[in-house]
Design a protein around this ligand. Structure first.
Ligand code: NAD
Length: 341
């Protein structure tokens, strides 16, 4: 049995990993705390550590894990902007789950878009109090509107198909366009200028950090609707708040938030938040926030557990790990068919 230290555990993780771990000869020790500089000592003597999207895997954490004997970090998520890969290289192999259900995230993006433009979040609250008034609930048809999709990878292209089904005109921006996709690519600037709705489906990188900022918001159509199910820091939250307050932005629906790390996935309902920007955004009638739940479907959770456990099994057997990543990914195992180091 391979023992795995599992950080940031939620009840649904235990259900899906619990069902499959014996099949992969893995024994999991669950920790509720996030993996961070304060908690990395818990992983001492665990060769394998499993972490999640808001864990903070800094150089110090890598050094501490390595000193404690950890040699594999299995991320049970797709994004990996929270890892210091340079520090990990040569010490700890890192695997992730690149695709578990693009449908889960793309469908959530559409759920946010529909809820937002048809004001379902307001209707739900009203009818629970037997308030059947329609005042203030006027929305607009998606049919015929232009949606700008930023990032046409696995999730972006599913979202594009959904939007086409709604009869929307689709524009896309991606630095690596796929000409076979049958979508009209344009520059990011054109996308900002022409879209009624903008949905983000690109990773967080140095280039995409604060892609949505004061300048790009200024280029957008008045009353633009912004959907972000990718990573919070793609959007400068302060600029977004200003855009909402100035009524430039018609609506924003966010599944991710720049400073979500200490907040999302936790019950903070009896706490006074320190984050004024988030509090003000949530207080806006045209801002809808979900707490990084776009991935949360049964299908996705099952796939996450199976892919993560399968990568752990490959590591234990000394095999090449299909989903290994590192900071020099493009020049290592993908080319040579070896592990990253
Ligand atoms: P992917 O790698 O398949 O596609 C990403 C696409 O973005 C690629 O085509 C890439 O060329 C493009 N891209 C890279 N930099 C860009 C930039 N600066 N501007 C525009 N496009 C750029 O990834 P995916 O599986 O489609 O996932 C997309 C993102 O969704 C992930 O990076 C992750 O941050 C996010 N995500 C969120 C959740 C959630 O629960 N909210 C779950 C899974 C993934």
């Amino acid at each position: 049995m391979t023992r795995v230290a599992f950080f940031d555990t939620k009840p649904y993780d235990k259900v899906w990993f619990g069902r499959l771990c014996s099949e992969y000869e893995v024994e999991i020790v669950y920790f509720e705390s996030k993996l961070s500089e304060k908690t990395s000592a818990l992983a001492a003597d665990f060769e394998v550590v499993c972490a999640f999207v808001n864990d903070s895997i800094t150089e110090e954490v890598i050094e501490s894990l390595y000193a404690g004997g950890t040699r594999l970090l299995a991320m049970r998520c797709a994004g990996y902007n929270n890892i210091d890969f340079k520090a990990a290289f040569g010490k700890i192999h890192v695997v992730r789950v690149p695709a578990y259900s693009p449908y889960a995230v793309a469908e959530h993006a559409m759920a946010l878009l529909l809820s937002s433009v048809r004001k379902i979040h307001h209707s739900y609250v009203r009818t629970r109090e037997f308030n059947f008034s329609l005042n203030g609930l006027v929305g607009f048809d998606l049919h015929g509107k232009t949606v700008g999709v930023v990032g046409t990878g696995k999730i972006g292209r599913v979202f594009i198909d959904i939007c086409k089904g709604f009869g929307m005109r689709v524009l896309a921006y991606d630095p690596y366009p796929d000409e076979k996709l049958g979508v009209t690519y344009c520059s990011f600037e054109e996308l900002c200028k022409e879209s009624d709705i903008i949905s983000l489906h690109c990773p967080l990188t140095e280039e995409s950090l604060h892609l949505i900022n004061r300048e790009s918001i200024a280029m957008m159509k008045d009353q633009v609707v912004l959907i972000n199910t990718s990573r919070g820091a793609l959007v400068d939250s302060q600029a977004l708040l200003e855009g909402v307050r100035s009524k430039k932005i018609g609506a924003a629906a966010l599944d991710v938030y720049e400073e979500e790390g200490e907040l999302f996935y936790e019950d903070k309902s009896t706490t006074i938040l320190d984050d004024d920007t988030l509090m003000l955004l949530i207080a806006m009638p045209n801002v809808l926030v979900t707490s990084h739940q776009a991935f949360l479907t049964r299908e996705a959770l099952g796939n996450i557990a199976r892919t993560t456990l399968s990568s752990i099994a490959s590591y234990v057997k000394g095999e090449v790990m299909e989903h290994e990543i590192c900071y020099q990914c493009d020049t290592c195992h993908k080319v040579t068919g070896q592990r990253c180091f």
